[in-house]
Design a protein around this ligand. Structure first.
Ligand code: ZN
Length: 187
């Protein structure tokens, strides 16, 4: 069993009926990590409060070498408490959508410091407005789908406006309208 300390951003928190909560973190040191937090639910105790989506935390993880889930969160302390939300409460859902997108588009245990830096920048804005399309285009580039070099998967148009989260391909506005896929992201 190994113990790690890492900075992390909380992408998601599913508190189940059992006592263990399933937390998805994007960590500086390990990339995305799905971990359980024991007894998070009965916490009036502090841990679950720190493990809320969009929080930056300093996390202590236990890594098991074999059997069951690899990581467990044993401690977490908020570094930056929903900075983005506090500055722009009306943007809460937009920030949650971006966090969900990062969760959907990443694999576990792939460290990516460029993505980590992008996450820090996106979710700790200093008062600037949330330009969603610019954020998504920047994230796609980091994730290896550079919109600058993309073209519509149907007609080849280099003017692209949508990205398919399921197929990982781009579409122009015209062709996207014909598909009507709700997995399409406006970029
Ligand atoms: Zn097209």
């Amino acid at each position: 069993m190994l113990e790690h300390y890492t900075e992390a951003f909380v992408l998601g928190n599913k508190t189940s009926k059992e006592m263990d909560a399933q937390i998805v973190l994007y960590t500086r040191d390990f990339g995305k990590v799905a971990a359980k937090a024991k007894s998070a639910r009965k916490m009036t105790s502090k841990l679950n409060g720190h493990l809320q989506p969009l929080n930056f935390v300093s996390a202590r993880l236990i890594e098991k070498s074999a059997g069951g889930q690899r990581f467990q969160i044993v401690d977490a302390l908020t570094i930056d408490d929903k900075q983005a939300l506090n500055k722009n409460p009306e943007n809460a859902q937009k920030f949650l959508n971006i966090a969900e997108f990062i969760n959907e588009m990443t694999f576990e245990a792939h460290q990516d410091l460029r993505l980590w830096q992008a996450i820090k920048k996106i979710f700790s804005p200093v008062g600037e407005s949330l330009e969603e399309k610019i954020i998504y285009r920047g994230l796609l580039k980091i994730l290896g789908f550079d919109p600058e070099h993309g073209s519509c998967a149907t007609c080849g148009n280099s003017q692209i406006n949508y990205f398919s989260k399921t197929e990982h391909i781009f579409f122009c506005g015209k062709c996207a309208g014909k598909i009507g896929d709700n997995q399409l992201l406006l970029i």
